[in-house]
Ligand binder design. Structure first.
Ligand code: SF4
Length: 231
């Protein structure tokens, strides 16, 4: 497994728990607003230092008891064929595992759930169906939809989340929520903050919804969900 980063403690990435976050290298999307280009673009990946798997597992063993939760994030973790084996090793040490995914690999998602190798999933919803290609830089919306349906079977705790990227309009979010809505569904809207360079800087020229507008959207869509908040 190619590990590009490890955050040893996080209070915000695993709902209600203290966790560590491991960043896996590579992604099959090219979201224009992505600020993790060092884990996504091949020319930057080449320059990214790696963490050896043995050092990562040594860290997990040493922290066991002090830390019980781990977030698998990327890039996109599910593009790695050896992800089930990697998760098995983490689960064997007794950790709860949360997967952050773009939802593009429903077969892998199903396998991880069926084999009880993950405990919670946070899945990105980039845009409504009709604009998925623009906001994800990939033609994988059918796969994303399949992953939505897998999660909505409620075999595992999960949430959907949308980053309010520049260019996303109120009607886009309303359309996207029609797609994922459900009484058992947790849905979060995340404000966009351009911390570093993004994959396609042109997107920064597009208008961004203001906090007040996002709050108004939440009031409107709340009844469709179990829980719906801004993050
Ligand atoms: S799914 Fe998009 S935002 Fe996430 S790492 Fe890949 S390109 Fe970046």
């Amino acid at each position: 497994m190619e590990i590009g980063g490890l955050q040893k403690t996080t209070l915000i990435d695993y709902p209600g728990r203290v966790a560590c976050t491991v960043f896996l290298i590579g992604c099959n999307f090219r979201c224009p607003f992505c600020y993790s280009s060092e884990l996504v673009l091949p020319e930057k990946i080449k320059l990214q230092p790696r963490i050896y798997e043995k050092d990562f597992f040594k860290f997990l063993k040493e922290r066991k008891g002090l830390l019980d939760n781990l977030v698998l994030c990327g890039g996109e973790p599910t593009i790695n064929k050896d992800l089930p084996q990697f998760c098995k090793k983490i689960k064997k040490l007794g950790y709860f595992v949360k997967l952050d995914t773009n939802g593009s690999n429903p077969e892998m998602l199903k396998k991880l759930i069926d084999e009880k190798l993950i405990d919670y999933v946070a899945m990105d919803i980039k845009a409504p169906r009709g604009k998925y290609e623009f906001f994800s830089g990939a033609k994988l919306v059918n796969e994303v939809e399949e992953s939505v349906n897998i999660l909505k079977k409620n075999q595992i705790g999960y949430e959907f989340r949308t980053t309010i990227a520049p260019g996303l309009k109120k009607e886009d979010i309303l359309k996207a929520t029609n797609w994922i809505a459900g009484k058992g569904v947790n849905y979060f809207l995340q404000e966009f903050t351009a911390q570093k360079e993004v994959i396609n800087p042109e997107i920064l020229g597009l208008p961004v919804l203001k906090r007040k507008e996002i709050e108004e959207i939440i009031e409107q869509i709340k009844p469709k969900f179990k829980n719906c908040q801004i993050r």
